[in-house]
Write a protein that binds this ligand. Structure first.
Ligand code: FAD
Ligand code: NAI
Length: 513
């Protein structure tokens, strides 16, 4: 009997040993590969120029899968990195450091077979008729030339969206958004500034209450995830270092609709709302913000009897997360295309993601209107679809040229050779038919996930048999592992894991800078 037990342990040890060795080998290979890109070749200048605008989910998914040797690829984006947005709310409290979820675009492009040009610039105008994009360097350091034009044969617009403010006065001046790395850094600094200012000597009680009132407007997933992260920061770290703030630190989530997280099932909405109650996060539904000043928001509240009243709510930190609006460069393009004139939400695309009313412009992600929610999941699938489509189009072009050459050869060939050429033509035609079989874009929804604080998450996940709705700590572990596996690179994965560990062991860093 003891012999058998040792035998089992030995087998277990061998499996663990081999898996660890395999894991370490894989990691070593990915690190080596990352640091030692192969030589790149310059693409053929006679090929078509494909310009890609943006370095977000849609554009990067396209670039990852695109065979760059088939086109002259030019990428234009003011952000020289890809940002893994699902973990951005964690950066606002320092649970994760922002650089851990950024992947430099140079790393991504340097690993392509054929060189890709990248310009750190904003596209300010797309001239549809003349096939030109005006680009401007908006960074802090500018050279003598700050603005120029790029010609395109094919254009992919993946510029995302900007923050919706609905023209509400004071929003842009006084609130923080949560879309970019800079936004998360600004919030992190402001949280600590509010706390330290509240602890300033002889601060009045009303002022302390105001400064420690953290208001989040918008009960979509961005607002909910941020509110959860902020309350965690308070419970797990701030309270330990500054117990004096215990009675006055409050997080309030303001939502115009009757409930938060409208894209989740009723069961998960109820679960989130009750969990927020337990965590002492105040949810104010049916409350629409109408005006913002430097210290207060004015909101219209719909009472249970249907009457409305205006309430003024003082705040120290205001985070505005009320969804997406169309970027000006996209609005301008829409104005040039008659088929886009009635659309307000973004570029209408067909089932191949071609911008309606054009032949050589495609749109992906939040700036495209394809009847899907503006999520990373949709943007990434659209980008990958376009890569397949473009790779196929390039192959098709090659086969069509070969067919043309064979037909010409056949016309002048001797009778003996004609049969052989005819066979080759038939084979190429068959190849062409097979290659052209790219169906329209079909979105496959994997589910929705959101962190709700206190180490709980909610998930509406698609499964073979239908949808599974779950919420709680196990879902949080699933959320963590799902997003860890989705990080762009092994480097990102290691950095995120180290940040999680560091915050667990030492707590979040509460320095203001
Ligand atoms: P983006 O990723 O926003 O990229 C746009 C790119 O265009 C950027 O590189 C930008 O710099 C560039 N750009 C902007 N203007 C110009 C210009 N004029 N010229 C050239 N380039 C320009 N979705 C999920 O599915 N799951 C999640 O968990 C999730 N969490 C999120 C958390 C937060 C905090 C936020 C803000 C969003 C989250 N989303 C999530 C939504 C998701 O991030 C977006 O749907 C996704 O980023 C859209 O991809 P995109 O490529 O269209 O745009
Ligand atoms: P959203 O559009 O999902 O939600 C914005 C909310 O703000 C709405 O519920 C709206 O009713 C409310 N609102 C608007 N104006 C208001 C006002 N004046 N006063 C009070 N409330 C007001 O926006 P969000 O959360 O920024 O998300 C944008 C997109 O990104 C969505 O498609 C979302 O699905 C996606 N996303 C997904 C995440 C996830 O899957 N975990 C996380 C974050 C974003």
């Amino acid at each position: 009997k003891p012999k058998k037990r040792w035998g089992f342990l030995r087998t277990l040890w061998r499996i663990t040993y081999i898996s660890l060795l395999g894991g370490a080998g894989y990691m070593a290979y990915t690190i080596y590969d990352l640091k030692h890109p192969n030589e790149q070749f310059e693409p053929d200048p006679s090929k078509k120029t494909l310009v890609v605008l943006g370095s977000g989910w849609g554009s990067i998914a396209l670039l990852k899968k695109l065979d760059t040797e088939n086109y002259n690829v030019i990428v234009v984006s003011p952000r020289n990195f890809f940002l893994f947005t699902p973990l951005l709310p964690s950066c606002t409290t320092g649970y994760i450091e922002h650089r851990s979820i950024m992947e430099p675009i140079r790393n991504i492009l340097r690993h392509k077979k054929a060189a890709v040009k990248y310009y750190e610039a904003e596209a300010t105008k797309i001239d549809y008729k003349n096939k030109k994009v005006t680009i401007r360097d908006d960074s802090d350091v500018k050279g003598d030339n700050m603005e120029t034009q790029v010609d395109f044969d094919m254009l992919v617009v993946g510029v995302g969206a900007e923050n919706a403010t609905f023209g509400i006065p004071g929003v842009r001046e006084h609130s923080c958004f949560l879309k970019e790395v800079g936004d998360a850094q600004k919030i992190r600094k402001k949280i600590m500034d509010c706390v330290e200012t509240a602890l300033f000597k002889d601060q009045s009680e009303d002022e302390v209450k105001r400064l420690l009132h953290m208001v989040v407007v918008g009960g979509g997933p961005t607002g909910v995830e941020f509110a959860g992260e902020l309350q965690d920061f308070f419970q797990q770290d701030l309270l330990k270092w500054m117990p004096q703030i215990k009675d006055n630190f409050r997080v309030t989530l303001v939502e115009a609709l009757p409930n938060v997280l409208p894209m989740f099932s009723k069961q998960l909405i109820d679960y989130t709302e009750s969990s927020f109650k337990e965590e002492h996060i105040d949810i104010r539904t049916k409350t629409m913000v109408k005006n913002v000043t430097d210290k207060t928001i004015e909101a219209q509240i719909t009472l249970p009897d249907g009457t409305k009243k205006i309430e003024t709510i003082p705040y120290g930190l205001l985070v505005w997360a009320t969804g997406n609006a169309v970027r000006s460069v996209v609005k301008d393009l829409m104005g040039q295309i008659p088929a886009q004139k009635d659309e307000r939400r973004g570029l209408k695309v067909n089932e191949y993601l071609v911008v309606k009313g054009t032949e050589n412009i495609w749109a992906v992600g939040d700036c495209a209107i394809a009847n899907y929610a503006p999520t990373a999941q949709v943007a990434a699938q659209e980008g990958a679809f376009l890569a397949r489509l473009f790779n196929t189009m390039a192959k098709t072009d090659v086969i069509e040229t070969e067919l043309q050459e064979l037909s010409e050869k056949q016309a002048t060939a001797k009778a003996d050779d004609r049969n052989q050429i005819l066979n080759e033509i038939t084979e190429r035609q068959r190849q062409l038919r097979r290659t052209k079989q790219v169906g329209p874009f079909q979105y496959s929804h994997q589910g929705s996930l959101a962190y709700i604080g206190a180490e709980k998450a909610v998930a509406d996940v698609s499964w073979f048999t239908g949808n599974i709705a779950s919420g709680g700590t196990m879902t949080y572990l699933f959320w963590k592992s799902a997003y860890l596996s989705m990080c762009f690179s092994s480097r990102n994965r290691i950095l995120v894991m180290m940040d999680w560990m560091k915050s667990r062991i030492f707590g979040r860093d509460v320095s203001r800078e």
